[in-house]
Design a protein around this ligand. Structure first.
Ligand code: FES
Length: 149
């Protein structure tokens, strides 16, 4: 069930060589994409650790994604392939914790794919909106409210 007035907070770790550049291109092309997505530039997706993804969810992000170079085109040879495995491991951990795996995803694109960048941001926002708010955040808010009363 889609919660009314729910605006997901989504973090995107974007490789500066591809996804971040594609985001710039999307901006130059004046393509619309949801403002729900907050971008963090990384030198390569290989720099993104499992802890970054888990911490983001723990801190209340409703969704997190990593966007890296196309497979075989990482400037650091296989940073994106390594992170693909990290994302898969995090998704598995989320399921074990009773959290929807689709809150964390990975995408690959080139710097020339501005429209794809906008499409990914839109697709991720819609998917997370369907999932509803991050339950960890909900629990945290409920606990804090209880402590204040
Ligand atoms: Fe882009 Fe490694 S340099 S994912």
């Amino acid at each position: 069930m889609i919660e009314k007035n729910f605006e997901p907070q989504i973090l995107a770790f974007c490789c500066k060589y591809c996804a971040y550049a594609a985001g710039d291109l999307a901006g130059s092309m004046r393509l619309d994409y949801p403002s729900n997505v907050k971008i963090i530039q990384v030198p390569c997706t290989g720099r993104v650790d499992m802890l970054h993804l888990l911490k983001a969810i723990e801190e209340g992000a409703d969704g997190v994604y990593v966007a890296g170079c196309l497979e075989g085109e990482c400037h650091f040879i296989e940073g994106n392939l390594k992170t693909k495995k990290k994302v898969a491991a995090v998704r598995k951990l989320l399921v074990e914790a009773g959290i929807a795996a689709d809150r964390v995803r990975m995408f690959n694109l080139s710097s020339a794919m501005g429209p794809r960048f906008a499409e990914i941001a839109t697709e991720m926002t819609a998917a997370v909106r369907r999932l509803g708010p991050n339950t960890i955040r909900k629990v945290d808010i409920a606990v804090k409210e209880k402590m204040l009363t």
